[in-house]
Design a protein around this ligand. Structure first.
Ligand code: CU
Length: 185
């Protein structure tokens, strides 16, 4: 994998020369970055955006200033079927408030109940990276992939913006401005 990454960097460097050094345009593009505080847990938030990478890559981390949040995690939302037990969720410090932030309303849970018990329920879990296929837009959105903001310094104020740095396996880091909103733009 490391060797592939090195090759990709070499190819990108050559491409940059051919294109008169317009490196900026060859990196991942990020659109519609927004975030919100969980309505039930004031020190937890979630960040959403759309990422399109020209090359196959991986989002490996998203960092924010400590003035925003102490810690971040990349999460996916999956069906509860054996994916994660309640005990595991407790270990990860995922409260009901956190789940509510992910757009898991009672309505969502009720839909799941139609299939019987907790079978249709959704839970979220941390993933080590987010796969970015070449030229494919990957959406981070409520109920799907998202970046968790843990230990918020203070609740996010709607209308505020803050910077987040996206770290990729191959591409250079990308800094995006994140808008605090009530719902998706
Ligand atoms: Cu999460």
């Amino acid at each position: 994998m490391k060797r592939t990454a090195a090759l990709a960097v070499a190819v990108l460097a050559l491409g940059g020369l051919a294109a008169c050094g317009d490196d900026e345009a060859s990196g991942p593009e990020v659109e519609g970055a927004w975030a919100r505080t969980s309505p039930m847990a004031v020190d937890v938030g979630a960040m959403y955006m759309e990422i399109t990478s020209p090359e196959a890559d991986r989002l490996t981390a998203v960092t924010v200033a400590p003035e925003v949040a102490a810690r971040t995690e990349i999460h996916e939302t999956v069906a509860a079927d054996g994916a994660m037990t309640e005990d595991t969720m407790a270990d990860e410090g995922m409260t009901e408030g956190t789940m509510a932030d992910e757009g898991m309303t009672e309505g969502t849970m009720a839909e799941g109940d139609m299939e019987g018990g907790m079978d249709g329920a959704m839970v979220m879990q941390q993933i080590p990276f987010l796969e970015l296929p070449a030229d494919e837009t990957v959406s981070l959105e409520p109920g799907g992939y998202h970046v968790m903001l843990l230990q918020l310094a203070e609740p996010l104020e709607v209308g505020d913006t803050f910077d987040a740095t996206l770290v990729f396996e191959s591409a250079d880091p990308v800094v995006v401005s994140v808008e605090v909103r009530d719902e998706a733009p």
